[in-house]
Design a protein around this ligand. Structure first.
Ligand code: CTP
Length: 402
């Protein structure tokens, strides 16, 4: 999504400047060409050399510098940008832009750009709550400037409150959203993610290695593409993607109830959760004691949620996952047919860079018409967008759609 994209990263002065370094790393890793503009006060916190090394481009600091203006002037910076991000954005730079003041390189470039601008404000809570700052923020929002954060938490100045810079991941995700096509607007997506846990006793459970990362990436990407997303998640440590509604569940039976209750409202269901196939027949009320040398646990089968959905599918698009350790295509094709799916995302979890708990995935996409597509190793965010591209195509092929 970021390859071939030119991003200007404006850095204004505040203790959160160090987080802009991490943001820059995320952007360049995703393939963006980033030009960094630093204000004079930003350079008091982190040197331009750090940004220069990580961006691979010279850092722009001065409006009236003969060399910098000759190499790439502020107007070319402004013209060449596909997106302008200001992180951290101080009360000062927000105030300047709101009032049309252009008196240094960053404010002048911001004034001259026609690219979308994303501000990530960071400041002391009292500054943030100051009616003058609030007035400027309202005005900028009305003028079409985009915002991410600030968030609430412990601030570097020792105060507790709103004013903290959003995490680099959140800023990155918002930037992604600004580039995403809104081709899922008006659609309701039900996505399941993570493992389920089947309790043995009050302190033990049966589960699997699923981290939920693939399902959360799907939820984030679908939301960015304009869908209303309902995420039903087994236990994970992942934060709720911005704009996504999440319901947390623990066991397969709880997930089934939640999915069946929500399916009528969904035009697309993507089941990326790793549902435990069996649960202990009995859940002990007290902690099991090691009284004998061996122990047997009797298990009973959990309902296959996706197969149930397949039987009452109607016009819905159903997407499943198949995590396998051998005979990938044969198993995936069998599940696609048995569960009445439109698409199944198959991955061999024994491959390095695929499967549970990593940030990348290597998948094959099997379609109901027998077509098989092989995707290269991609980040889970990219895999999510690839899957959603297919979902958009399937939605377009529904009867009554031209
Ligand atoms: N699934 C489900 N409910 C279950 C088991 C699986 O909804 N009880 C869904 C998963 O979310 C996934 C797909 O079915 O989208 C395939 O899951 P997988 O565990 O790979 O396959 P199973 O049908 O459980 O078959 P097996 O365990 O024999 O591989």
């Amino acid at each position: 999504m970021f390859s071939q994209k030119r991003i200007v990263l404006g850095v204004s002065g505040g203790i959160a400047v160090y987080k802009a370094v991490e943001l820059l790393r995320l952007l360049t890793k995703a393939g963006a060409d980033v030009q960094v503009v630093m204000t004079r006060s930003a350079q008091e916190f982190v040197t331009p050399l750090t940004f220069q090394t990580l961006s691979g481009n010279p850092v722009h600091t001065e409006l009236f510098n003969l060399y910098q203006e000759k190499e790439i002037g502020h107007i070319s910076l402004a013209d060449g940008a596909d997106l302008f991000i200001v992180a951290p954005a101080t009360a000062n730079i927000l105030g300047k832009v709101a009032c049309g003041i252009a008196d240094d390189l960053l404010s002048t470039t911001l004034m001259a750009t026609k690219a979308p601008v994303l501000f990530a404000p960071a400041m002391n809570v009292n500054m943030y709550e100051n009616p003058v700052v609030q007035h400027n923020l309202t005005q900028l929002r009305e003028l079409g400037y985009h915002f991410v954060g600030p968030v609430t938490g412990e601030l570097a100045c020792g105060w507790q409150g709103t004013g903290k810079l959003s995490s680099p991941e959140e800023i990155f995700s918002m930037a992604q959203a600004l580039f995403a096509p809104k081709d899922l607007a008006g659609e309701r997506l039900l996505i399941t993610a993570g493992p389920t846990r089947e309790e043995l006793d009050p302190v033990r459970y049966i589960s699997n290695y699923s981290s939920g990362k693939m399902g959360y990436a799907l939820a984030r990407a679908a939301q960015q593409r304009g869908a209303e997303v309902y995420l039903i998640s087994g236990p994970t440590a992942l934060p709720v993607p911005p704009g996504v509604r999440r319901k947390s569940v623990v066991s397969a039976l709880e997930m089934r109830d939640a999915v069946l209750a929500a399916m009528d409202y969904s035009s697309v269901v993507i089941k990326s959760a790793a549902v435990a196939d069996y649960r202990p027949r009995q859940m002990a009320t007290h902690k099991l004691k090691k009284t004998s040398d061996d122990m047997r646990v009797e298990l009973e089968k959990n309902p296959d949620i996706l197969a149930e959905l397949g039987q009452v599918k109607q016009g819905r698009i159903l997407v499943g996952f198949a995590a396998e350790t051998r005979d990938l295509l044969a198993h995936a094709a069998e599940k696609l047919a048995r569960k009445n799916l439109d698409l199944i995302v198959a991955n061999d979890v024994t491959q390095q860079g695929a499967g549970f708990n990593v940030d990348t995935n290597i998948v094959k996409l099997l379609h109901a018409d027998g077509t098989v597509e092989t995707l290269p190793q991609l980040s889970k965010d990219e895999v999510a967008h690839q899957i959603l591209d297919r979902v958009v195509r399937l939605l377009g092929q529904r009867p009554g759609q031209s």
